[in-house]
Design a protein around this ligand. Sequence first.
Ligand SMILES: Cc1ncc(COP(=O)(O)O)c(C=O)c1O
Length: 382
Amino acid sequence: MEAETRIRLADPWFDDDEIEDVVAVLKSGRLVQGSHVAAFEKQVAEYLGVPEAVACANGTASLHLALLAIRLEPGDEVILPDFTFPSAANMIDAVGGVPVPVDIEPGTFNLDPSHVTEHITSRTRAIMPVHQFGLMADLPAIGAIAEEHGLLVFEDAACALGATGPGGEPGSASSGPRGIGQASAMACISFHPRKVITTAEGGMIVSRSAVFAERLRRLRNHGAHRERGRMTFDEIGFNYRMTEVQGALGTGQMRKLGAIIARRRELACVYDAELAGLPLRRPAVPEGYGHVYQSYVVVLDPALDRDRIVEALDHAGVESTLGAYALHMQPYYRRKYGLDASRFPNSRMAFRHSLALPIHQHMTETDARTVANVLRGVLTRA
Ligand SMILES: Cc1ncc(COP(=O)(O)O)c(C=O)c1O
């Protein structure tokens, strides 16, 4: 028998103000990329302390635009973690580039900087760390390697709005690194419903470079620029504009970002305490890092069958899923790039045994305890 109460993996939080804002947009008839999108861009830029923010249709579009903005040439290589959602690798491949996956650190799930240099070739153009599940990758180490080899760094920050590395809060002028977009060419954010804040679908690129921003704005709007009320098409672009409905949702979500992150951290704290002693590894947060827990992901003991655990949790009313994907194990990447599986032991382990547990604003600490108890029971019986 199915359990009656379900604790969902993710559950976006929209309040009456946001719903009214959306209705007002619909009534206004101004539906695409207007004042609400501009206000949302300004809010994110100010929050992160980064001068430029360019909103677009979704996180994948933001990655596509960023790769076009750096003018990635066919055959150019981009180093990224093997364990991730494949969106960034897909876009690198789609523009003719070569994704070069590198293994991850087992505790943080992030790109292991100690393996990056051995993958740099004469064709390497960029390194793209992914801040997995809302924890920033080691940007100081990655940035140092990039500088030594003359490479660009741009961040897949899909899950990491509000995350910080050592040194300060997003937007702070304190020395040392900080939030996304402050120590790279560009950072790409997603506002998909499972992300920290959501606009249903949505994305944004933040950058310190006005040159990149200008090109991103042109590429998201068919490659056109406006002159005396008329569009001129300088190059091939896309329709990756954000709608005003998304923009209105985004401004409301930004007002709540602090509360959303605080709640996620409280729930993570409960999980950390309640899951201690179970046959699993809890997420590591290195000293000085601020995790935003877009997902709370554990790695189960390899003797356990993760997919069966997901089924058993589901049966008991708790929604869960795998953490992310190992690129080298996906048929397309295996076929096209023939990657040597022995290079990715940590990614393979994370792909096979990671488990994302519910975490969202509507959950109470009691809910988190319930999830932990249900998991404890399931693991005991497994
Ligand atoms: C790490 C990562 N990059 C990129 C994306 C793509 O974002 P979107 O779903 O908004 O296209 C996702 C979303 O699932 C993601 O988790």
